[in-house]
Design a binder for this molecule. Structure first.
Ligand SMILES: Nc1ncnc2c1ncn2[C@@H]1O[C@H](COP(=O)(O)OP(=O)(O)OP(=O)(O)O)[C@@H](O)[C@H]1O
Ligand SMILES: [Mg+2]
Length: 275
């Protein structure tokens, strides 16, 4: 929950006047170009970054004061190849850390880890040193680690980065299942809304020091994004996917891997979407 929240670095304001209640069980997406403040938004909720003004509460307590309520999938960084940790050791850190207050018995940890590895499709590389894993393999372990403690709030920073399409869908579905089963609130930072379009309740779109909040239908619109970016941005829907064309910094924000639609096709689709 944020009240009158703003965040600025020096003279640069990332966002201000943000009032937000994210409810238990809500799937909340955060979108925006590079440097718009998405990771910083999560860091505020983690209590790692103080607000410039306003307040931030998570699961009923000041942000950062109740670590066990929060699961975190950090933005991707690799491990040096010589780190002496296997894939399953990384997941075990999420299991035997804080969940039961005291360290639980080893066998219980082992079976919890096996179960989590299976859920994210990582069983086959359970014993591989983490420094040797691909970005996508590692990312699935991070998700397993974050959901291990059944947190009330799950903060995910671009968890789909470096995943192929199949695993993007798998990880998105997994996070949504966790949300449905535990009633956790999910805050999901992403450059690509399409893999999670079926799950998302609301979107926070950050750009140019401003923001918009609402359902994907309300926010992912030509008028809204054009206003936010201060230039013409075209949003269309094609086969149930959202395509954003004309973003000022095209390299940072591809919502879609397909070729651009022809003028006629996109006009038709838009009419269709508005009906
Ligand atoms: N501690 C800090 N001190 C000063 N500036 C910072 C600090 N942390 C972040 N910034 C700046 O704030 C801006 C937003 O950073 P942030 O990491 O939140 O962006 P992001 O939206 O997550 O971008 P990306 O898509 O690249 O991950 C960046 O310009 C960054 O350089
Ligand atoms: Mg980021």
């Amino acid at each position: 929950m944020l009240r009158g929240a703003s965040l600025a670095f020096g003279t640069r304001t990332l966002w201000s006047g943000l009032d937000l209640d994210i409810k238990p069980g809500e799937f909340f997406a955060v979108l925006g170009p590079n440097g718009s403040g998405k990771t910083s938004f999560l860091k505020v909720l983690l209590g790692l970054l103080p607000l410039t003004s306003g307040s931030a509460n998570v699961a009923g307590h000041a942000a950062g004061t109740r670590g066990r309520d929060v699961g975190y999938v950090p933005q991707q960084k690799g491990f040096p190849t010589d780190v002496p940790l296997r894939a399953r050791d990384l997941v075990a850190l999420g299991v035997d850390g804080h969940q039961w207050g005291i360290r639980v018995r080893r066998r219980k940890v082992e079976s919890a880890v096996d179960e989590l590895l299976g859920r994210v499709g990582a069983s086959s590389y359970a014993k591989v040193p983490v420094g040797q894993l691909s970005g996508g393999e590692l990312q699935r372990l991070r998700v397993a680690q974050a959901i291990a403690g059944s947190p009330r709030v799950l903060l995910c920073d671009e968890p789909l980065l470096a995943l192929d399409l199949n695993h993007q869908q798998g990880v998105s579905a997994l996070i949504d299942r966790q949300r449905a089963e535990t009633g956790a609130a999910v805050v999901f930072v992403t450059h690509e809304i399409n893999p999670i379009l079926d799950y998302v309740d609301r979107v926070l779109y950050l750009a140019e020091g401003q923001f918009r909040v609402g359902s994907p239908e309300e926010v992912m619109r030509t008028e809204i994004l054009s206003e936010l970016y201060g230039s013409r941005v075209e949003v269309s829907r094609i086969h149930g996917r959202i395509v954003v064309v004309g973003l000022p910094d095209a390299t940072t924000h591809l919502h879609h891997g397909h070729a651009l639609p022809s003028e006629d096709e996109s006009a038709e689709e838009k009419e269709g979407a508005e009906r």
